[in-house]
Design a protein around this ligand. Structure first.
Ligand code: GLN
Length: 522
């Protein structure tokens, strides 16, 4: 029977509830417990697949093809357990399941109501996810009091009476002069109590450590013990949070509240990664994209951090606006063309790809990056009036087409999603980087290479070295004698702090050997 740890947020969004939840998971694992983690996103969408990365940050993709919130990236990086689309509960999913049951007649003539039918659906889902684990952490997206979250909060209130549960409330303590203001937290706790839930532990997000007077005040007004008011200050790196929480005694409080005998964490391997974040070198990687907002390319940033830490290199990221490229490519040591949808910025991205190819600037193309490099090669080396049909439906030479038109319609839906096994040619650069010839990577795309052009592209030096087992999609190309690799998948989603991704390691290594600035050629 799993123990529930519910993490709610108050005062405002964007406080780092995902990183806190992931860090609690990491800390409890370090104490020797088995942990799984799930997220409630109270929005009405079924999943994050249709949501704009500009508004919500990147869409994270799981092995089973689940398109989920970027917090799942934190969970996988910090906790490392396999997660599925079922671990993400949304209003859309819960209601569509209840409505399906209603249509099937499962409710035997009853009036179908939020309580008990919707709340039971929520409780049953959480219970089945937690089975077999010591703990299930449930992060509740949004802020307490949101109207969309009501059914979920009610289900959690019921669950609190039925199961063992600790409720952790993350709030914000604004600084006014030297004062750490507690009023917003007090109001947020009142809001929570109105829904029948009181917090067991308060985690206070503040630029600095909480003062004893602040802890005392929160303890008094919010009915938690003083040692259950935990500081969540701004740290150098998010990866420091698990060790910080251990120092604050969060693992002790959690175990005490469940009446467990207290185990101490062994953080050795995790802190080894933190130590390796000490750097001796620095490189700049340019990301040529449409959105410069940090969270849009979160997993790419993390993958670069992991690879940099392993190579004792600080990786600075330079945002390059694809719609406005001037001479900002000259001072980068490597370039990444990330994934994306839609025509905007495509021309600038192609320009940057040409620059990287001609000047041998180490380059990694991810998904759309792969596709645009094929277009660039067809235009500039084959001299064709070529494009992707995503950008020009009537192009004379459709080198990138929907995968179902390329005869790879095995997935049913239009989006090719989730983990797919790919065989690599034995001696290619990519196989050397991975040190294996079969890999599994995650996908999220509709378009791909038009196989009719493969031969001609190979004649001008673009070697296709990876073939998907399931449908023969050509997944990877490389160019000899330089680091110029395009992949139709998203390797950034599988990079872990203690296990940097081989393609990102390869890119950073190649960048370290390329300090000489290349000339601009376009
Ligand atoms: N828009 C492209 C496609 O649908 C690329 C998608 C992506 O980069 N994730 O295939």
């Amino acid at each position: 029977m799993p123990k529930y740890i519910v993490v709610t947020g108050g005062v405002m969004s964007g406080l780092g509830k995902g990183i806190l939840s992931a860090s609690i998971g990491n800390l409890l694992q370090a104490c020797g417990y088995s942990v799984t983690i799930s997220k409630i996103d109270p929005y009405v969408n079924i999943d994050a697949g249709t949501m704009s990365p500009f508004e919500h940050g990147e869409v994270f993709v799981l092995d089973d093809g689940g398109e989920v919130d970027l917090d799942f990236g934190h969970y996988e990086r910090f906790v490392g357990v396999p997660l599925t689309k079922d671990h993400n509960l949304t209003t859309g999913k819960i209601f569509s399941s209840v409505i399906k049951k209603e249509r099937r007649g499962d409710y035997l003539g009853k009036t179908v109501q939020i309580v008990p039918h919707v709340t039971n659906e929520i409780k049953d889902t959480l219970q089945s996810l937690g089975n077999g684990y010591d703990f299930i952490i449930v992060e509740v997206g949004g802020t307490v009091g949101d109207i969309e979250g009501m059914a979920f909060m009610e289900a959690l209130r019921q669950l609190r009476g039925e199961k063992k549960m600790v409720e952790i409330h993350l709030t914000h303590l604004p600084l006014a002069g030297i004062d750490q203001k507690t009023k917003p937290t007090q109001h947020s706790v009142i809001q929570l109590r109105k829904m029948g839930i009181s917090p067991d532990i308060i985690v206070g997000r503040c630029e600095e450590l909480l003062r004893v007077e602040t802890q005392r005040k929160l303890s008094l007004f919010c009915n938690v013990s003083e040692d259950s008011v935990i500081s969540d200050p701004t740290l150098n790196s998010v990866y420091e949070l698990p060790s910080h929480l251990a120092k604050e005694g969060l693992h002790q409080r959690i175990q005490e509240k469940f009446n467990m005998s207290v185990r101490e964490p062994d953080m050795t391997s995790w802190t080894k990664f933190l130590d390796s974040q000490e750097v001796t070198k620095e490189i700049t990687v340019g990301i040529v994209g449409k959105y410069s907002q940090g969270d849009t390319y979160l997993s790419i940033m993390e993958a670069l951090t992991h690879a940099g830490a392993k190579l004792e290199t600080k990786v600075k990221v330079k945002w390059i606006d694809a719609e406005n490229i001037k001479d900002d490519l000259q001072d980068v040591n490597a370039l990444i063309t990330p994934g994306g949808f839609g025509k905007r910025g495509a021309e600038g991205k192609i320009k940057a790809i040409k620059y990287a190819r001609k000047n041998k600037v180490p380059w990694l193309g991810l998904c759309l990056g792969f596709q645009l490099a094929v277009v660039e090669m067809a235009q500039n080396e084959l001299g064709l009036n070529a494009n992707s049909t995503e950008f020009d439906a009537n192009t004379e030479h459709p080198v990138i087409i929907p995968h179902w038109e390329a005869g790879q319609d095995i997935m049913g839906g239009t989006m090719r999603l989730g983990a797919i096994d790919t065989d690599l040619e034995k001696n290619c650069q990519t196989a050397k980087l991975y040190s294996k010839t079969t890999i599994s990577e995650r996908h999220r795309h509709r378009y791909g290479l038009n196989p009719k052009y493969k031969k001609r592209l190979e004649e001008v030096g673009m070697h296709f070295v990876g073939t998907a087992q399931v449908d023969n999609t050509l997944e990877i190309f490389e160019i000899s004698n330089q680091f110029f690799i395009g992949v139709q998948f998203h390797p950034e989603l599988k990079s872990r702090p203690l296990l940097p991704h081989p393609l990102f390691l390869g890119l950073v290594k190649a960048a370290l050997t390329q300090y000489d600035k290349a000339k601009q050629v376009f």
